[in-house]
Design a protein around this ligand. Structure first.
Ligand code: UTP
Length: 301
């Protein structure tokens, strides 16, 4: 762990659960994990590891499953590819290829069967040990210019409890998300969480704050997961384990994220992420934007 300005210890390990079946993106994800789908020229997973590394995370554990080991290869050195780029004098690409192996220390462990997000986090127990840690879901990431994770890590170091992140959703859409009941705090955009409800109807929803795929958790979550019975969908749910800690008095806070989040777990969100990030790219953006404008205007096919 590292120490922040106020002397509290900040988590330096992260878990990326990436062993799910990705049914919402079939058939693309029959043989290729959704975490490796490219957004412009790098896989989704690289954006996520970059987000973690930029927040000071130095140790990343990828929880993988059947057919998913290629995810780990992405973060290895490729001496053959590097030698070819060096011969060609393509130093920019060489630096990009090397960078992926230098972002963080990457470890992996297996979830033998996809028994739920809580179960996937549970298999990380022996790697994490007794320290707090971050969980980053493998199909969403925050805009690099609007980081979220650093303030979550700082808040967890202060409270010692659970820190979640929320986005405000349209009240008519609450039934698609996990929704929090909250109390406000003295700090803008920091809320105290008093409960979590999975996919409530708009009438039942206690707020319009939906859980986003970033969590900072104390190591006590592992005992709570071990005690959690299969819940909705027959899966061991992380939400149920967090609810048990909340009931036992663990402080649970949330940060309301106002930045841009890319959700690549389904085709529409994935396409939006590709277009949004392509137009921002210094090397491609201008030409792509011009083409896109003509295409949308009906001038190109
Ligand atoms: P999702 O709810 O997105 O599930 O899981 P999924 O299987 O990836 O996708 P769909 O819903 O079938 O399309 C959230 C995260 O938790 C991981 C997933 O890989 C994803 O990053 N996960 C989920 C696991 O690692 N193991 C599981 O058993 C379930």
């Amino acid at each position: 762990m590292t120490t922040n300005a106020s002397g509290a210890r900040r988590a330096v390990k992260a878990v990326i659960p990436a062993a799910g079946l990705a049914t919402r993106f079939l058939p693309a994800t029959k043989a290729v994990p959704k975490e490796l789908l490219p957004v412009v020229d790098r896989p989704v997973l690289q954006y996520i590891v970059e987000e973690a590394a930029a927040a000071g995370i130095t140790d990343v554990l990828l929880v993988t499953g059947r057919g998913k080991t290629s995810m780990v290869d992405h973060f290895d050195r490729r001496p053959d590819v590097e030698a070819r780029l060096e011969e060609k004098g393509d130093l920019e690409r060489l630096a990009e290829v090397r960078r992926t192996s230098e972002l963080a220390n990457i470890y992996t462990c297996r979830q033998g069967e996809p028994l739920g997000l809580g179960h996937a986090v549970g298999v990380a127990a022996s790697h994490i040990g007794g320290e707090p840690f971050a969980v980053l879901l493998g199909d969403e990431f925050c805009d690099v210019d609007e980081p979220l994770l650093p303030s979550m890590l700082d808040l967890q170091a202060q409270t010692g409890g659970i820190v979640l992140a929320f986005v405000e959703v349209d009240p008519s859409e609450t039934s698609r998300y996990g929704i929090a009941s909250i109390e406000t705090t003295d700090t803008e955009d920091v809320v105290k969480v008093t409960g979590l409800v999975e996919k409530p109807s708009p009438a039942e929803a206690p707020s319009n704050l939906a859980v986003l795929g970033r969590y900072v958790l104390p190591a006590t979550i592992f005992d709570a997961i071990a005690d959690t019975k299969p819940g909705s969908g027959g899966e061991i749910q992380l939400t149920d384990a967090m609810a048990a800690l909340l009931a036992d008095g663990t402080p649970v806070h949330g940060i309301v994220y106002r930045g841009h989040r890319y959700d690549t777990g389904m085709p529409l969100g994935y396409l939006q992420a590709v277009v949004q990030l392509a137009v921002k790219r210094p090397d491609l953006g201008e030409e792509f934007r011009r083409w896109l404008g003509e295409f949308v205007g009906g001038g190109k096919g």
